[in-house]
Ligand binder design. Structure first.
Ligand code: SF4
Length: 324
């Protein structure tokens, strides 16, 4: 890999190797055709110790000559000079204070962040440059930065989203072996709400035949609402990339009886059928409604006066698009 400084292993991170690299750029521009509400993303890390079996970012690890399976979970690339490069990019006269998203590829609050502490510098730099910040994470480490994010939110909009799609602890440990437990993420949602933010929850991915039964979804939305989430969106599992093979291996090992049903459900497209989407929608829409998690405001409407530190309440268009 270009720019590799050193490979680091430490007793606190058993089985994990950090590949410290010097990046040339910090901000990634999305293609013009992107439907996302932001044009720029930042990825402090590549690979993710949360190790979700269904992670779509797995495929991108192959560009680094790692594999998309175990290497994605254990060979973590760290952009150690990220903050200084970012500050330089934000100082350019051409920077217009565009919104920037983190957590769109790998998780910025994965365990590595406890060691490298890149996020405080990123948040400070973006807020200083007048750029709205959006963060999606499963990582409870975000709690560490809540005071800083609250300060940032006095000058720029800050949107915080937590990814949580199931409560079953055994299934979660098997599906997302390195990620914080559901109870820990519910506590994170609570902390975010108590810090004054409208916390969004991405119920994604809903895993067909494993997390989509009526009782599980009912319990999940009740817990999310009770924890203080403001809004939620839902997305079924897609299997459109090369990570499909990794997920299907996991399925074959742990739930072999489902393999055939998955073949039928996903066909050659890697997307769930329209029939399944409609089925999920009819199951979830009343739950969103019942728990008041659907407060979708027109993002183009004149915003009502709000405390400066709160996100403006609108669910970002990407999250709206993710709804079913
Ligand atoms: S937390 Fe997100 S980035 Fe990390 S492995 Fe899971 S899905 Fe992938």
């Amino acid at each position: 890999m270009e720019g590799v400084g050193r490979a680091v292993t430490t007793p606190e991170f058993e089985g994990i190797t950090f590949h410290e690299v010097l990046c040339k750029s910090a901000l990634n521009r999305l293609p013009e055709s992107s439907a996302m509400p932001f044009s720029w993303t930042i990825n402090p890390y590549r690979g993710c110790t949360h190790a979700c079996t269904y992670c779509f970012a797995r495929s991108s690890h192959e560009y680094l000559e790692f594999d998309a399976g175990g290497d994605f979970d254990t060979q973590i690339v760290v952009k150690t000079n990220l903050v200084s490069v970012l500050k330089k990019e934000l100082r350019r006269a051409s920077w217009r204070g565009d919104p920037v998203a983190l957590g769109t590829n790998t998780d910025p609050y994965q365990r590595a962040e406890g060691r490298y502490r890149l996020m405080p510098g990123v948040i400070g730099a973006l807020a200083g440059a007048g750029s709205p910040i959006s963060i999606l994470t499963k990582g409870t480490l975000l709690r560490r930065d809540l005071p800083l994010l609250a300060t940032a939110a006095t000058t720029v909009p800050v949107q915080l989203s937590v990814s949580l799609a199931l409560l079953d602890t055994d299934l979660q440990a098997s599906l997302e072996p390195g990620a914080p437990k559901p109870s820990a993420r519910l506590e994170l949602i609570r902390s975010i709400a108590e810090a004054g933010f409208d916390c969004h929850v991405m119920v994604a991915p809903v895993v067909p035949y494993l997390t989509d039964d009526a009782a599980s979804l009912r319990g999940l939305f009740a817990a999310i609402a009770e924890a203080g989430a403001a809004t939620a969106s839902v997305q079924a599992l897609n299997l459109t990339g090369r990570y499909r093979g990794w997920y299907l291996s996991w399925l074959a090992e742990h739930h072999p009886a489902l393999v055939r049903r998955y073949r039928q459900l996903y066909g050659s497209t890697g997307r769930v059928s329209a029939e399944y989407r409609n089925h999920l929608r009819s199951r979830v829409a009343p739950l969103l409604e019942e728990h008041g998690l659907t407060r979708l405001e027109d993002p183009y409407a004149e915003p009502p006066p709000r405390p400066a530190r709160r996100v403006d309440g609108a669910v970002a268009p990407d999250l709206q698009a993710a709804l079913f």
